[in-house]
Design a protein around this ligand. Structure first.
Ligand code: XMP
Length: 507
């Protein structure tokens, strides 16, 4: 498989470069900027891209890749900081300039290769402090903006290019075309990255492993697709276990059980541990304590299952590529959030090796595999759901009554969003409930009932989120249904706090 390697200098857009390239069926992988020459060669890349990054090339701490990487006779494209690195390394000069953020008009001066077919001028997304003042000898300017004379440059002798703008963001018109020119025309990479091909090669790889595989499935798309791929390769040597912790969405335990049993024919067991979970949570109000209890109980159920149904040699997980990168490159809050998702903390004596068949993939690629493997669409269109489930959506103690209210009210929120054709547009949507009460009038009687909070947010990666401006008519409909259909609810509120300072889940 032909591959483009992207060296990550820390831009928030580095990931997007790989995604854009994969969208036209060429495999691209992000690696740390300080990868050794030896490791880089192991990738056998058809071309190299330097990402952007927050540094200035003149900072004493500026990230600089191994010198020899510049001298490999491979096509090279520098973006933003990567552009300045190229200018600097090949003998040009970079200077501090006025910061330029946002869209600028890029005029094309030479459309021979990199900028071929993009037109006479395009809007390009800029985000930089430094700029190229003197271009290196042997280079020419192939594009400029009003403020950046050398916004795009090319070597006349080698396939080396630098661009000050970000082709990977949607705000750059023809950005994908520019990446496509580099990857397909300059690097001559083959478009051989397809999900059908991935399934085939992954299944072949997995079929060579020996021993049994244990896979905890949550009903979410990642663990489901991981399980199906492994099942395709080793059949019943894969055993899937789904733990019903009693904290799932309305009827979800039944739906997941049926989906696995009817649609997939994998070796699948549902362990109903709802009573134990809910007993352990009795009287507990503190959010972190609740999370801890759910985590520990899960491990305990999982371990018992492994002991009884083993021996297992492997533990399968639905880890995705962004999870791998987050845990390797940055250890920011994202890594902490993700740590909830995976089955961590299993006893060492279980001695399981980890199998992560999706660890090279992005979410949209996993969705594509799900389609190919005929996973019901309903499953992969579903919003993400927290591991501790409703324990973090119920404020204070988890009681049967609050559970029921949260389940029913969330169902109404989901149904109404689907009806309004807005479900797919929002990141998460549910109804939370706590212990606060308010007076209402039901029939002729005054009633002291629960307050339900509707929470609907927009987000890209859950790191930040904005409350969704839903139409008032839709909110009204949700509110009416919730108070009419759920006994004991008298008031419905809509949360208008974004993250930060709030979080998506209330607990
Ligand atoms: P917060 O509430 O931190 O949530 O803004 C960010 C995203 O992560 C999900 N979330 C969790 N997922 N275990 C999980 O598996 C957790 O403990 C947990 N807490 C929050 C939340 O649903 C949102 O998508």
């Amino acid at each position: 498989m032909d591959k483009i390697v992207v060296l990550d200098f820390g831009s928030q857009y580095s990931h997007l470069i790989c995604r854009r390239i994969r969208e036209f069926s060429v495999y691209a992988e992000l690696v740390p900027y300080d990868i050794s020459l030896e490791d880089l060669k192991k990738h056998n890349p058809k071309g190299i891209i330097f990402s952007g990054g927050p540094s200035s090339v003149y900072d004493p701490e500026a990230p600089i890749p191994e010198e020899e990487i510049f001298n490999l006779n491979l096509p090279l494209l520098g973006i933003c900081y990567g552009h300045q690195l190229i200018v600097n390394k090949f003998g040009g000069k970079v200077k501090r300039a006025n910061k330029e953020y946002g869209s600028s008009l890029l005029t094309i001066d030479n459309d021979k290769d990199l900028l071929n077919g993009v037109g006479e001028s395009v809007r390009a997304w800029m985000s930089h402090g430094d700029e190229a003042e003197v271009i290196p000898p042997g280079f020419e300017v192939i594009g400029h903006t009003k403020s950046a004379k050398a916004a795009a440059i090319a070597s006349k002798e080698r396939s080396v290019f630098g661009i000050q703008f970000h082709p990977e963001v949607v705000h750059t018109e023809q950005g994908t075309e520019i990446l496509r020119n580099f990857v397909l025309k300059v690097c001559d990479a083959k478009q051989d990255w397809t999900m059908e091909g991935f399934i085939e090669s992954e299944v072949e790889k997995i079929s060579k492993i020996d021993g049994n595989v244990l896979c905890g499935v949550s009903g979410g798309i990642d663990s489901t697709v991981a399980a199906l791929l492994i099942h395709k390769a080793i059949g019943d040597r894969l055993k899937c276990v789904f733990v019903n912790n009693g904290l799932l969405r309305l009827n979800e335990e039944k739906e997941i059980d049926e989906m696995f049993k009817n649609n997939f024919k994998v070796n699948f067991t549902t362990v109903d541990a709802s009573e134990t979970f809910l007993n352990k949570l009795k009287g507990v109000e503190d959010p972190e304590k609740k999370r801890k209890i759910v985590g520990e109980e899960f491990i305990s159920v999982f371990t018992k299952f492994a002991e009884k149904n083993g021996p297992f040699k492997w533990l399968a997980q639905g880890t995705l590529y962004p999870d791998v990168i987050e845990s390797g490159v940055s250890k920011g809050p994202a890594a902490v959030i993700k740590s909830h998702h995976n089955v961590g903390g299993l006893p060492d004596w279980l001695n399981l090796e980890i199998l992560e068949p999706l660890k090279e993939l992005y979410k949209d690629e996993v969705r594509e595999i799900a389609k190919i493997l005929e996973v019901p669409e309903k499953l992969f269109m579903r919003h993400p759901f927290p591991g501790p489930g409703l324990a973090v959506r119920i404020i204070g103690e988890v009681t049967p009554k609050k559970l029921q209210i949260s389940k029913l009210a969330s169902k109404i929120v989901e149904e109404e969003l689907i009806e309004a054709n807005l479900y797919g547009d929002v990141w998460q949507a549910y109804a939370a409930v706590g212990d606060d009460k308010a007076v209402g009038v039901v029939g002729d009687e005054r009633k002291y009932g629960n307050i339900v909070m509707i929470r609907v947010v927009d987000s890209i990666d859950a790191m930040t989120a904005d409350w969704t401006r839903l139409p008032h008519g839709l909110l009204e409909k949700m509110s009416n249904r919730i108070t009419n259909e759920i006994e004991d609810v008298t008031w419905v509120t809509y949360t208008i706090s974004s993250k930060p300072p709030a979080t998506i889940e209330p607990q």
